[in-house]
Design a protein around this ligand. Structure first.
Ligand code: GLN
Length: 452
């Protein structure tokens, strides 16, 4: 029996109850979607149920960023990417759980409690867009938006066994996305196959006058062409860069390389001399940007405010200490420190130099190859609670996703089967700036022919 669109939307509250344990959703917006369902929707996303991460503004809905700071805040406007989903006929039925202000790799740092991995509820789903990844993996929705600053779409996609694309920096308007680190943030897409990922991507990509960093470069269409896919040159990171990766993930990685060679794709080793400094540079630059971006949450303009404070200074202090969780506070302090007089040159300026060197590494690599192949994560999903007391080990979860974010190049995690533990493995395809179409070509070839 096929359900009508109306029936599918009506089924969302019950579906949410069924998977309540996973805690993937913060707000059920299905009633709002139903209310707007007069005529049959038209457009490339007509008939699709969609989720959006709770740091995307959608007029009339609560936007919390999973932070107590934004308790009670209702969006007064709609993000451009969200508007484009609606204009294309999509139905937004849920706003999804996340790490507070998108800071984290596990969706445990949420004031609404952790999201759980559908493959094993004892494990994290990855983060920070864990709720969107879970909503897609469990088929609650057909596709979802997340945001990726250093891996927050790709890493949870890998941990949940789905596709997760971070577009080129500037490819998708950030208007209406609550800022974490503005020179890194990109809205990305979760889907269960390449075609869906590319359709949603095509819908949200493209210039927007409301975001001056959004690119005017035309969006390239994607039509799968096996011949073209097989002509792409694939580059591999030096083995030393992958040391420490789980052997089962390396097995799938090596099997994929073998498959691609068998299909006749040229495969070459490339040098990435600076990526090993990626994590250090990322956590200096993004915390610096975050410390500035989050200054606006002072209890005056948005959300929660601690009452009965004698003066403005203690009102700010009280509100921010009470409203922000520990990870966000850690990042604000770190970011303030690296920007402070006497340390700015040593940390912030130095990290900028590393960022430039990493960009040069990618430029050099893409003069030789079309796609870089890496694992998405060094490990399988970890146990809930196992890394929250050890921020450094949590940060290392992003070792393979952060370099692309520093460079601003597009990158997608694709599922390539499971380990012996039945947990999903993701590998990452990275292309040159605005090379999303090349990523989709190769992804489709792998999806069609690389057996899990
Ligand atoms: N896990 C990374 C961090 O904590 C990436 C987060 C993101 O991409 N939003 O910063």
């Amino acid at each position: 029996m096929t359900l009508s669109l109306r029936e599918r939307i009506q089924g969302v509250p019950a579906a949410l109850q069924d998977q309540a344990e996973l805690n993937a959703v913060i707000t059920d917006t299905s009633a709002q979607a139903l209310g707007g369902l007069d005529a049959a929707p038209e457009g490339p996303l007509a008939g699709l149920l969609l989720g959006i991460k709770d740091n995307l503004n959608f007029a009339g809905t609560a936007t919390s960023c999973a932070s107590r700071t934004l308790e009670g805040y209702i969006s007064t406007y709609t993000a451009t990417a969200v508007r484009r989903l609606l204009d294309a006929g999509g139905q937004i039925v849920v706003k999804t759980n996340m790490d507070e202000f998108a800071m984290g790799s596990s969706t445990e740092y949420s004031c609404f409690g952790p999201t759980r991995n559908p493959h094993d509820p004892e494990l994290v789903p990855g983060g920070s867009s864990g709720g969107s990844a879970v909503a897609v993996a469990t088929e609650l929705v057909d596709a979802a938006l997340g945001s990726d600053t250093g891996g927050s779409v790709r890493q949870p996609a890998a941990f949940c066994g789905i596709f997760g694309l971070k577009p080129t920096y500037g490819r998708v308007s950030r208007f209406g996305l609550v800022a974490f680190a503005s020179s890194f943030d990109q809205i990305g897409v979760f889907a269960r196959n390449t075609a869906m990922a590319s359709t949603v991507y095509q819908t949200i990509a493209g210039h927007d006058a409301a975001d001056s960093t959004s690119s005017t470069e035309p969006v390239k269409p994607f039509d799968y062409d096996e011949h073209l896919a097989r002509s792409l040159k694939v580059g591999l990171f030096p083995d030393a860069e992958l040391a420490g990766t789980d052997p089962q993930i390396m097995d799938r990685y090596n099997a994929l390389i073998k498959f691609l060679k068998g299909k006749g794709l040229p495969v070459a080793q490339i040098e990435m001399p600076h990526t090993r400094h990626g994590i250090a540079a990322y956590y200096v630059l993004t915390t610096a940007e975050a410390s500035s971006n989050l200054a606006r949450f002072d209890g005056i303009r948005y959300g929660r405010r601690l009452q009965e404070k004698p003066d403005l200074e203690s009102l700010y202090r009280g509100t921010r200490s009470d409203g922000f969780g520990p990870e966000v506070q850690r990042r604000i302090m770190l970011g303030t420190y690296v920007l402070s007089a006497g340390y700015m040159d040593k940390y912030y300026i130095q990290a900028q130099r590393v960022r430039r060197s990493i960009q040069e590494d990618y430029k050099a690599a893409f003069s030789e190859v079309d796609i870089l192949l890496t694992p998405t994560t060094p490990t399988f999903p970890f146990l809930i609670g196992s890394q929250t007391d050890d921020p450094m080990s949590m940060y290392l979860s992003d070792i393979f996703t952060v370099p692309m974010s520093l460079a601003g190049v597009p990158s997608m995690s694709i599922p390539v089967g499971n380990g012996n533990n039945n947990l999903p493995i993701g590998l990452q395809l990275t292309a040159n700036y605005f090379g999303e179409d090349a990523i989709f070509q190769l992804s489709q070839l792998i999806e069609n022919q690389f057996s899990a």
